[in-house]
Every structure is written in structure tokens, then in C-alpha cells.
Design a protein around this ligand. Structure first.
Ligand code: SAM
Length: 227
């Protein structure tokens, strides 16, 4: 477990400098629309807005799009180089080093937890979801934006699978200078669970899924509420 943790941290530290640029180029700017959509959905369900936590925050990109009305904004990530970039970019946000599975926060604290493209990297999803439940207030919201394994079938799915599994690792490597990191990212999508399994896992931890929308052949937004 410890080895996996160090490996993941190293992987993300290595691509921190060009991570956002690579995201925009590799998704043809779509990642911006996906984040905006996640934030719109969140606004429909939020009741209070004191504290937002962005888990697996990376360089903090979600803070660019998500409700700015929060009094306290915190981003958490284990990769130090990612956090260095985040701190340069968002002066009104507190960034802390940590893991989703061991959140360094009190019970019933957060109104909103965001996670974009982070869940599939967690070493123990069930533990992380338990932590989300602990840290969220009652009626608090967790919003997840994530890639899932491509289903076979339509031509569009086949083309998207070819792009994600074959082309993206190569161009991601070219842009960031780290081919291994993008190979890992592509493999982590192929090896991830289905959206149905993740829904079950959230609900096993008393996070009731109130929205689950496919917004691209392999990209979903989940919104769940602490009951
Ligand atoms: C693909 S990046 C996504 C970053 C950011 N959320 C975004 O949308 O741009 C995945 C992030 O997950 C972080 N990560 C990996 N394992 C984690 C864990 N167990 N708990 C919290 N963050 C983790 C990595 O360090 C990395 O910054």
C-alpha cells in the first residue's frame, strides 16, 4: 500500500508543471465544460455554503469554476508539486497535503466535497467514501467527475477508446515529458470500476446518489447527498 502511495505521488509530482495545459489540449478544451457542468449541478443541490473541500485537488483547477461564494475553501492532495502550483494560482484557498482515505478534518464540517478525476486513483475507495460521509454535514453534497472504462459498441465509443488508450498516453507524454505518467492514467481508466459499482459503493456509505449523468462516452458526473 505504501509503495502504491509513493508511486502515485511521484507520478503526479512529475507532471505538475504542465498538467493543466496537457488537460486542456488532450481533452480539446472539454475538461472546462465538464467542470462547469459539475459546478452547475452542485448549485442545484446545495443548501448552505460555508466550506468546500476539493479532494485530489491537483493544481486546484476546480476552484476556477466552482461556486466562489464559499467562506472557506480547502484543497487536499498528496502530491507536493501539484500543491505548489495550486498555491501560486489560488491565493484565497488553503491547500493541505493529505489522502482522501485519512482526511485531516473534523466530523460534520463540509457543505460540499468535489473530486474531479481523482477517485480512480484512490488506494481504497470505500475508506475514502466513509471519510466523505464523516466530514460532510447532514444534507452535504459530494460531486464526482470521473472517467470510466469505455463500453464497447458504437463507433463513437470505439473511436474514443482508441483515442484514450492509444493516442492520449503518447501525446500526454510529449506535452509533459513523462510517458509513464500518461500510460498510468490511461491504464487506470481501463481498470476502473463501472459507474453502477461506484454508485453502489457511495450508497453503501450513506451517500445517496441523486444524479448520475453520462456527459461523454466515458465521462460521468455523480452527485450524492449525505442522508
Ligand atoms: C488526474 S489528477 C486530478 C487533479 C484535479 N482534481 C483536476 O481535476 O485537475 C489526480 C490527483 O489525485 C491525487 N491523488 C492520488 N491519490 C490520492 C488519494 N488517495 N487521495 C487524494 N488525492 C489523491 C493525485 O496526487 C493527483 O493530483
Amino acid at each position: 500500500m505504501r509503495v502504491k502511495r509513493i508511486k502515485i505521488r511521484k507520478t503526479f509530482d512529475a507532471i505538475a508543471d504542465r498538467y493543466i495545459l496537457a488537460n486542456h489540449i488532450l481533452s480539446f478544451g472539454q475538461d472546462i465544460c465538464w467542470r462547469k457542468k459539475m459546478c452547475e449541478k452542485v448549485s442545484e443541490h446545495l443548501k448552505t455554503n460555508n466550506l468546500v473541500l476539493d479532494i485530489a485537488t491537483g493544481t486546484g483547477e476546480n476552484f476556477k469554476y466552482c461556486p466562489s461564494k464559499f467562506k472557506t475553501k480547502i484543497g487536499l492532495d498528496p502530491a507536493r508539486n501539484m500543491l505548489l502550483k495550486a498555491r501560486e494560482r489560488f491565493l484565497d484557498v488553503t491547500f493541505v497535503e493529505g489522502m482522501a482515505e485519512e482526511l485531516p478534518f473534523k466530523n460534520n464540517l463540509a457543505d460540499l466535497i468535489l473530486v474531479s478525476f481523482g477517485v480512480r486513483n484512490f488506494e481504497n475507495r470505500q475508506k475514502a467514501f466513509r471519510e466523505f460521509n464523516r466530514v460532510l454535514k447532514k444534507d452535504g453534497i459530494v460531486a464526482i467527475l470521473e472517467f470510466f472504462p469505455m463500453e464497447n459498441g458504437t463507433l463513437l465509443n470505439k473511436a474514443a477508446a482508441f483515442y484514450i488508450y492509444k493516442i492520449l498516453p503518447y501525446f500526454g507524454g510529449l506535452i509533459t515529458g513523462n510517458f509513464d505518467a500518461y500510460k498510468y492514467l490511461s491504464i487506470s481508466i481501463q481498470n476502473f470500476v463501472s459507474p453502477e459499482i461506484m454508485k453502489m459503493e457511495l450508497e453503501q456509505n450513506n451517500l445517496k446518489v441523486v444524479e448520475k449523468e453520462k456527459i461523454f462516452p466515458d465521462v460521468y458526473i455523480f452527485v450524492a447527498k449525505k442522508e
